[in-house]
Design a protein around this ligand. Structure first.
Ligand code: HH2
Length: 258
């Protein structure tokens, strides 16, 4: 899954794809580079980010979706029913909701009505405050319990279970050690029986691991290392910014693992 943030302020690629023409070009290039789907987002969820209105989010993503004309498989990274609804009308196939259906009571109905795919992600707190001293009894058990509960809620709301994938939410209310433990024990989350998505790409834990305590991003090489380890432990969707590097590394890893 390639990432295209149509935002001025994303931690990883803020501003780069804010222009709709540029964003559509990036999405097309990611497809050529081997992405199976491109995740388009109009709201940054980086630590400290504040919310964006539905109107502003629509203003950012609709021109991109219109340019892609349903020719690129698209995931819409949103928590808002209104944005998801418009994106699905314009050909998006998957709704990537970092609030796991807790942000907008109308979103589950929109996903169910369109028969869309859905990603449910774990987050502790909200982006504005989530990195202030996050604590768990057992991070993997807590995240697993949460994802199981949100999966049941989504199915209860009429979304087919076989359309849902789950995501531990790397960097969303987690310390460096929490993030690595979640990937180390990813098999415990895969035991829930749904595909697992991991988004470690460029996240600050990678930069911190490599010795910079103030890092806000991580390198491509470190991202690829984390993605290959996640794949080996059962991740089936890797959300990444540097598509070609990841596709090449994962192709080699898959050949080794058989
Ligand atoms: N991470 C980000 C945004 N959306 N969605 C899922 N399912 N999983 C993730 O790990 C995830 C996500 C944050 O990364 P990015 O989009 O690069 O930055 P920003 O939120 O600043 O736009």
């Amino acid at each position: 899954m390639g990432v295209v943030n149509v935002t001025p302020d994303s931690f990883s690629d803020g501003g780069v794809n804010f222009d709709p023409e540029r964003a559509a070009e990036t999405a097309g290039r990611m497809l050529d580079d081997g992405a199976a789907i491109v995740d388009i987002g109009g709201e940054s969820t980086r630590p400290g980010a504040g919310p964006v209105s539905a109107d502003e989010e629509l203003r950012r993503v609709v021109p991109v979706l219109e340019r892609l004309e349903g020719q690129v498989p698209v995931s819409i990274d949103t928590s808002k029913a209104e944005v998801a609804s418009r994106a699905l009308e314009l050909g998006a196939e998957l709704v990537n909701d970092v609030t796991a259906l807790r942000g907008d009571p109308g979103l589950a109905g929109v996903v169910a009505e369109h028969g869309a795919y859905l990603c449910l992600m774990h987050m502790l707190g909200e982006p504005r405050t989530m990195q202030r001293d996050p604590r768990y009894d057992d991070v993997v058990a807590d995240v697993k319990r949460f994802l199981q509960e949100r999966l049941a809620a989504a199915v209860e709301a009429g979304i087919a279970e076989d359309r849902i994938c789950l995501d531990p939410g790397i960097g969303f209310g987690k310390t460096v050690e929490h993030n690595f433990e979640l990937v180390r024990r990813l098999d415990e989350l895969a035991a829930l029986g749904r595909p697992i998505l991991v988004g470690f790409s460029r996240k600050s834990s990678l930069g911190k691991l490599l010795g910079d305590p103030e890092a806000t991003t991580g390198t491509t090489a470190a991202s690829v290392g984390a993605a290959v380890a996640a794949y080996e432990r059962g991740a089936t969707i890797l959300r990444v910014h540097d598509v070609r590097d990841h596709v090449e590394a994962l192709t080699a890893a898959a050949a080794v693992l058989g």
